[in-house]
Design a protein around this ligand. Structure first.
Ligand code: FES
Ligand SMILES: [Fe+2]
Length: 410
């Protein structure tokens, strides 16, 4: 009988883990910092960076697209977003004091307005004869729907800040509610650090994945949304406007139910009511990368006056025993995982090289292709879709829950 000797190195052919090369990910899709292909693409669009009514004379630290920034509101009511690092000798403006016309650095008292102009240099002769040569890096901001939006790209490519039809023309009996704590993923996990600790694209791709609704949200963790959403849908995906839409069709009690979810580049997600309320989606949300391995979900929803706050309600609906995410024990999180657990479980940046995509992942493939094409367009000096000269002033939301005999189906 001959002895076989085990091969000391190299990949096993029987599927064992030994010798497996380390996983890799698509850097252009996942890196968000200045000068990276993905980061340059993301910088061509407006991103929400804060909730308007929390932006005050108290400086806030915000991390967006890999940059450390300070958000504040000056005495004239203007929101400002400046680089945190003072352009004099580099301390952070977080310790600055906000005044009528801007923010004053704690170290030597330079005063900057919301566009970074240096208004005073109190220790320099005559208040700074050359102060116009110093400019604190700044970004344009605009406020809408109770959110503060920033544009961090080249100023000559700035598109209009888009409006969404579903958030316009409110009746007296409704109002807009802002998601303050990334409730969608993790439900107010940590008010002091609102960042969700993994790459933004994992969360974004989830919107194009209607099949996880059937497993994760309707079986594995009990019925988190509605029992009917546990019916396996027939799905197709389409490129729609400057994004992708999923169209899930289910036969429910003899009626055809169509559920459309939508993403719009670069990071907008429109998911209709998880309670299957009929009609157009009433919430628009943005998955804003803080850096390569964390992001924030900021959103706004149109809700009836007097209702329980939508984001708290969603967290209680989805989570075990009506608890908020933060109220659950570790064991409950293990037994009843939600989007946060599934996406966090993919790692800080998921390894694309280790995926085995199937037919049900078509929407994710389409989204990645769309993103890659637009990232390339920016590298070639063009405007990506939905930005620059291609920017839309008004976006018609197509997402929604539709029973097909109803006239509101698109
Ligand atoms: S470091 Fe800011 S004023 Fe000197
Ligand atoms: Fe989900």
């Amino acid at each position: 009988m001959s002895m076989t000797t085990a091969k000391p190195s190299g990949r096993q052919i029987d599927g064992g883990g030994y010798g497996k090369p380390p996983g890799t990910f698509d850097e252009s899709l996942t890196r968000v910092g200045p000068g990276t292909p993905g980061g340059e693409f993301l910088r061509r669009y407006w991103h929400p960076v804060g909730v308007s009514d929390t932006v005050t004379a108290v400086p806030q630290r915000v991390r967006v697209l890999g940059e450390d920034l300070i958000l504040f509101r000056d005495g004239k009511g203007r929101a400002g977003l400046l680089h945190a690092r003072c352009c004099h000798r580099g301390t952070t403006l977080y310790y600055g004091k906000v005044e009528e016309s801007g923010i004053r650095c704690c170290y030597h008292g330079w005063l900057f307005d919301v566009e970074g102009h240096c208004l005073e240099q109190p220790c320099e002769p005559e208040g700074g004869l050359h102060r116009d040569k110093a400019r604190q890096p700044w970004y344009p901001v605009e406020e809408r729907y109770g959110l503060v939006f920033a544009y961090m790209g080249p100023l000559d490519r700035k598109p209009p800040l888009p409006r969404y039809d579903t958030l316009e023309n409110l009746g007296d009996d409704e109002h807009l509610e802002q998601d303050r704590d990334s409730f969608y993923v993790g439900g107010g996990r940590n008010a002091a650090n609102p960042n969700v600790p993994y790459n933004w694209l994992q969360n974004y791709e989830n919107v194009m994945d209607p099949f996880h609704v059937v497993i994760l949200h309707a079986r594995f963790s009990g019925v988190q949304f509605r029992e009917e959403l546990g019916v396996l849908p027939k799905v197709d995906w389409d490129y729609l406007d400057h994004g992708v839409a999923t169209n899930s069709i289910r036969d429910i009690n003899g009626r055809t139910f169509r559920r459309i979810t939508q993403v719009l580049l670069p990071n907008v997600r429109i998911v209709p009511s998880i309670e299957m309320t009929s009609g157009k989606g009433r919430e628009v949300a943005w998955l804003v990368p803080a850096d390569d391995t964390s992001h924030r979900s900021l959103g706004v929803a149109r809700v009836p006056n007097g209702a329980e706050p939508l984001y708290t309600r969603r967290s209680r609906l989805v989570n075990h025993d009506g608890k908020l995410w933060t109220e659950m024990t570790d064991e409950e999180h293990r037994l009843f995982p939600d989007d946060f657990e599934a996406q966090f479980g993919q790692g800080p940046i998921t390894f694309h090289s280790e995926e085995r995509l199937g037919t049900t992942d078509k929407g994710i493939v389409m989204l990645r292709r769309l993103l890659s094409r637009q990232i390339k367009a920016v590298e070639e000096g063009k405007d990506p879709i939905g930005a620059g000269t291609n920017g839309a002033e008004m976006i018609e939301v197509k997402a929604g829950n539709f029973f097909l005999e109803e006239t509101d189906a698109p």
